[in-house]
Write a protein that binds this ligand. Sequence first.
Ligand code: CP
Ligand code: NVA
Length: 333
Amino acid sequence: MTMAVNLKNRNFLTLKDFTPEEIEYLLDLAADVKDKKKKGIQVKQYQGSNIALVFEKTSTRTRCSFEVAAHDLGLGVTYLEPLSSQIGKKESIADTARVLGRMYEGIEYRGYGQEIVEELAKYAGVPVWNGLTNEYHPTQMLADLLTIREHLGRIKDVKLVYMGDARYNMGNSLMVACSKMGMHFTACTSKDYFPDAGLVEQCNEYAKASGGSVTLTEDVKTGTKDADVIYTDVWVSMGEPDEVWEERINRLSPYQVNKAVMDNASDSAIFMHCLPAFHDLKTKIGMEVYEKFGKEGLEVTDEVFESSQSVVFDEAENRMHTIKAVIMATLGV
Ligand code: CP
Ligand code: NVA
């Protein structure tokens, strides 16, 4: 483990704010606490401290990860569900931040614009952790990197191909994470869904320093050729209107992850997805989209999702171990 790294009192808002060494440190810490948990060794070193979880959008994995991690560490937890607090309606973010900062040692926030979590962090006076915004999903990145390391035995030089809406939180965050860590990132999608040009430029700089690369392509055959990781996410994200489904289905269907894509990737390629995923008709939205557009399986087919190449539930489990590492590192290990 890298001993020189000290992340005490830092916010965790986007991986842009962290060096490759700091990211590696968080992954090592996560691997260590994961190992301890599997062996039944308790790390209850934060008894008497409390954290707040503020969600303005829904969640399964992120909320449960923060709650389980906090309980494992001996922390008290308050969960504020969407619409259940004064935030943004009767009380500004700055005022909310100063109130929560008086009661809690750390605050998780999931919501809309990145500027909201930045504002919260500016005024809270305690570490703020981004549990997903429209622009970034940094805790997901740590889980993904740990999962890649566990399955492929390395992170550096791994070729990761992201298919789908690459302009949103997952596409942006994966491009940042990969370019920082010396990986080869490809956004393989319709060019209207390429990430923001300014962010691409910034990630090209990271890639130059790390030995990684960033590629944007509309061509599935060349884009996914010999990939080590094929990654996708929902075509319509939380907070977007239902009306965009039609356009997404039209533009992104050629970028569905199916058997042909996986066959074109490396023999040892893994399939990843942050979840939740639309791969069958067992969800309300999946069924509605099927009735309207006749498509069963959207961003990924059920065949790939359920295949032995799919590591999505390892990823989901790693959300908890990596979030535990973020809490520990920023509160002080
Ligand atoms: N991947 C992820 O963030 O899942 P939740 O929306 O369930 O938290
Ligand atoms: N892009 C998705 C990610 C969910 C974890 C969303 O924002 O809804």
